[in-house]
Structure formats: structure tokens, C-alpha cells
Design a protein around this ligand. Structure first.
Ligand SMILES: Nc1nc2c(ncn2[C@@H]2O[C@H](COP(=O)(O)OP(=O)(O)OP(=O)(O)O)[C@@H](O)[C@H]2O)c(=O)[nH]1
Ligand SMILES: [Mg+2]
Ligand SMILES: [Zn+2]
Length: 184
């Protein structure tokens, strides 16, 4: 599985490598693009070839801008980032499927601001952190959430630098978000 990070042009070379390293260690491939500077677009085309793919990501990361680079014959609307809230403005309001090559389609989708997927429970989240798996046998409790339980193998691995703090902090953030959804 490959994760595409857009807006490469806004990152320093060192940050690019650090960031890619974190995700590669977790078993993902990483592709950096810049829709603005037209970088990585050919590689992205190759990855998508022969498949139907949906973009997914927060509002304002440049999903529609990438779609426009992949298919110059369409012009999906793009929107600037709000300076005040430092987020996108939810420019794309509906999903649209666009042919970009033979048997190859890309679907532009609205960005999200929280991770709310019907039926997706906070307990499911850790399945998307494959690097936690090998430390789970060291958790005292079965079904440990690795958040506040004592004797947690994942938190021990974190303390020993075996798990990336960036990944763990993201996990915690998303876990809290999914927990809050339940209240409504
Ligand atoms: N610096 C930089 N800016 C970019 C890049 N790609 C897109 N942008 C800018 O980011 C802003 C948001 O781009 P969009 O393509 O509208 O983002 P989106 O992900 O489709 O946003 P939503 O439709 O709201 O989900 C625009 O101002 C783009 O010009 C990039 O590679 N580098
Ligand atoms: Mg968009
Ligand atoms: Zn645990």
C-alpha cells in the first residue's frame, strides 16, 4: 500500500526523508507529489494504472489539484486554505469519477475534517497501525487500547523508541476523535 503525500514543495528535504522513513518502517510505500510544481505526477500515474482509485484526505491537502494534474482535460474546482482556521474550506462537495487512462479512473471526493466513518469503531483503529502488532502480546489486558491501560506492550515499545512517537500521537488523536463521536 502506498500513501501519497502532496505539497512536497512546502517541506524541507530533511523533513521529507524523516517522514517517509516513519511510514516505510510501518510497511507502507510513500510517494511525494507536488500538484503545484508538477512533481511526482508521472509516478502517481504509474501507480494508478489499470485501477479505479478514490482520493481520501482532509480538506485542502490538494486532492482536486492532483486530479487536475492527472487529467488536464478536467478542471475540478480547488479552493484556498483558510488562514484563520488553517484548514481547507471543503471546496469539493460531491464525488466524481474521472477517466485518466485506459481502464484507469480516479474519483475526486470531498475532504474530511474528522475521521468519522459509520460502523468504524475506536477498537478498529489499531488495525491500521500494523507496527503495534508485535508488541501486543506484551500487553497485560486482552483488547488493550494502548491508551491508558497499565503494562501495555505498545507503550513500552514507544518508550524504548521502537514505535514512532508521530504514529503513536496520531493514533491517540484519532482514538479520542472516534471516542467522542459515540457521544452524539
Ligand atoms: N504549495 C502547494 N499548494 C498546493 C499543492 N496542491 C494544491 N495546493 C493548494 O492547496 C489548496 C487546496 O487545494 P485543493 O485541490 O482544493 O484541495 P482538496 O484536497 O481538493 O480540498 P477539498 O476539496 O476541500 O477536500 C489550493 O490553494 C491549492 O492551490 C501543492 O502541491 N503545493
Ligand atoms: Mg477537492
Ligand atoms: Zn497495550
Amino acid at each position: 500500500m502506498t500513501i501519497c503525500f502532496n505539497k512536497k514543495d512546502l517541506l524541507e528535504e530533511q523533513a521529507i526523508e524523516e517522514f517517509a522513513g516513519v511510514y516505510k518502517k510501518c510497511g507502507y510505500s510513500v510517494l511525494y507529489t507536488s500538484a503545484e510544481k508538477e512533481e511526482g505526477i508521472r509516478e502517481l500515474h504509474e501507480l494508478l494504472d489499470g485501477k479505479t482509485t478514490a482520493v481520501a484526505g482532509p480538506s485542502g491537502v490538494g486532492k482536486s489539484s492532483l486530479v487536475n494534474r492527472l487529467q488536464p482535460n478536467v478542471q475540478m474546482e480547488t479552493g484556498s486554505i483558510s488562514r484563520k482556521i488553517e484548514r481547507g474550506k471543503h471546496t469539493t462537495r460531491h464525488s466524481e469519477i474521472i477517466p485518466i487512462a485506459a481502464d484507469t479512473y480516479i474519483m475526486d471526493t470531498p475532504g474530511f475534517s474528522t475521521l468519522y466513518i459509520p460502523g468504524f469503531e475506536k477498537e478498529d483503529l489499531q488495525n491500521f497501525y500494523p507496527e503495534f502488532k508485535e508488541y501486543e502480546p506484551y500487553c497485560r489486558f486482552k483488547g488493550c487500547s494502548h491508551i491508558s491501560e497499565p503494562d501495555c506492550g505498545v507503550k513500552e515499545a514507544l518508550a524504548e523508541g521502537k514505535i514512532s512517537p508521530l504514529r503513536y500521537e496520531n493514533y491517540k488523536l484519532l482514538y479520542e476523535e472516534l471516542k467522542d463521536v459515540k457521544k452524539y
